[in-house]
Design a protein. Structure first.
Length: 460
């Protein structure tokens, strides 16, 4: 319901005072002045009551699914559905965690009957997640600012902000996977030893023509297909730690946000390499999602990562026990990558048991201390490959990649003596370990070769 503003109450008080003065003095002109003051308030009230409720607002973001750190364009389309000229309007559009900035405030001098307008502004850096923005609060006022009316002029808006991942051409945890597809449209790459020759057979309708063996086709006169055998461990399971007690820092600069980026980058690489990915989110409720190796699978992976939250009360070892109990027979044919916020003896035991069950384990540790404070760090154990004995025991392809050299260490990874000992014990058990910290170049840390190593190879 419209209400008088401070100016409106002052005008009403002046009208009452003028009326009383007219009664005392007996001057009829003062009665006209008092009624004029009352009429001004009444007309303003009617104008706002008839038009203030007829204001509608439609919001949209461009792009509609921004990426963490973007500054999207925020458009407010304001429409006056009344047959009278619209009042002055002030819009208050809450962001509710979408950005660290306060609510968006917009002002409109007025709208013609049945008229509309668009107001565009840019939102500050948005944060990953699924954000429900409350309705826009529209405050309508008459031109004199005597009466105002506030109401919700729009519905709530759900905005999904995708995590910002890096595109990997190789992965230190999976040196035998070759990159086959790049769903951004660029031509895919194939790494040496990513697949082995299996045989030649007739081409079937609907199969891709990229694997046609033209020499055999010329000999037989029939399209012949080169059949390749993929390496063991075709599917990859990524377990993302969301233990609330291990959270360090505030979004977007927290160890959990960095872990989400790391998990998304690894999952995206595996999908583009032509393998399926299963994402297991360790949160308040355990979520397991399966993604196929195509463009839709990559988009679904980013959507799932946008929804995860660090709200698990139980430690990560509980999720590992569930994983081992639910599908111990399936783990022998899969690879499991654990992206963890914590590192303790119980976690090392659980990972070692999974390794003993026959699963191929990769471990990514997001160093929480680096997100608590900046500077004063030493470069320790950024990447630990499995010990050489375990590597020699594996069946190698004749086209296997050469031995992987650890990336050059960063300057901001601080590890305690206990953490170093635990990482070394995992490496001794045949589990490759990666340690990432705040400020790291995630692409260089996760890639098979660091940027400096690639530059040396190119120079040769």
């Amino acid at each position: 319901m419209p209400r008088p503003t401070g100016r409106g109450y002052a005008l009403l008080a002046l009208a009452v005072g003028t009326y009383l003065a007219a009664r005392v003095v007996g001057t009829w002109e003062l009665y006209f002045v008092a009624f004029a003051f009352f009429a001004a308030v009444l007309i303003s009230w009617l104008l706002v009551a008839l038009t203030g409720r007829r204001i509608r607002v439609i919001r949209r973001l461009t792009p509609d699914r921004p990426v963490d750190g973007d500054e999207p364009e925020f458009t407010h389309q304001v429409e006056n559905t009344a047959v009278l000229p619209g009042p002055q309007i002030t819009l208050r559009s809450p962001l509710a965690g979408l950005s660290s900035e306060g609510p968006v405030l917009l002002q409109i001098a007025g709208l013609p009957p049945r008229g509309k307008t668009e107001l565009k502004t840019h939102v500050g850096r948005v944060n990953r997640g699924v954000h429900s923005l409350p309705a826009v609060l529209a405050t309508a006022e008459d031109p004199l600012g005597i009466v105002s009316f506030a109401h919700k002029a729009s519905t709530s808006l759900v905005v999904t902000v995708l995590p910002r991942i890096v595109s990997l051409d190789s992965c230190a945890l999976y040196p035998d996977l070759g990159l086959k597809h790049d769903w951004s449209g660029r031509q895919g790459l194939r790494s040496i030893g990513a697949s082995e020759f299996r045989g030649i057979r007739p081409h079937q309708p609907g199969e891709p023509l990229s694997h046609i063996d033209w020499k055999s086709t010329a000999k037989t006169g029939v399209l012949m297909l080169r059949e390749m055998e993929e390496p063991a461990g075709a599917d990859v399971t990524i377990l993302l730690d969301g233990t609330a007690g291990q959270l360090v820092g505030n979004a977007p600069n927290s160890n959990f946000e960095f872990a989400v980026r790391a998990a998304g980058s690894i999952g995206d690489f595996v999908l583009r390499a032509g393998h399926g990915v299963t994402l297991v989110s360790h949160g308040r409720s355990r979520r397991e999602s399966r993604f196929t190796a195509d463009g839709g699978g990559r988009r679904a992976l980013l959507q799932a990562l946008a929804e995860v939250q660090p709200n698990a009360s139980a430690p990560l070892t509980n999720a590992l026990r569930h994983l081992r109990a639910d599908g111990a027979h399936l783990l022998r044919a899969q690879s499991v990558t654990v992206v963890s916020l914590s590192l303790d003896q119980q976690l090392v035991r659980a990972l070692t048991k999974l390794k003993d069950d026959g699963a191929r384990i990769g471990f990514v540790y997001v160093a929480g201390p680096s997100f608590a404070h900046a500077g004063g760090a030493s470069s320790l154990l950024p990447f630990l490959p499995p010990k050489e004995k375990d590597l020699r025991d594996k069946r190698r392809s004749p086209h296997q990649r050469p031995e992987v050299e650890p990336p050059e260490p960063a300057d901001n990874i601080t590890l305690s003596a206990d953490a170093r000992a635990l990482l070394l014990s995992l490496s001794s058990a045949g589990i490759p370990c990666l340690t990432v910290a705040r400020g790291d170049d995630l692409r260089g840390r996760l890639s098979l070769w660091s940027a400096s190593r690639a530059a040396k190879q190119a120079a040769r």
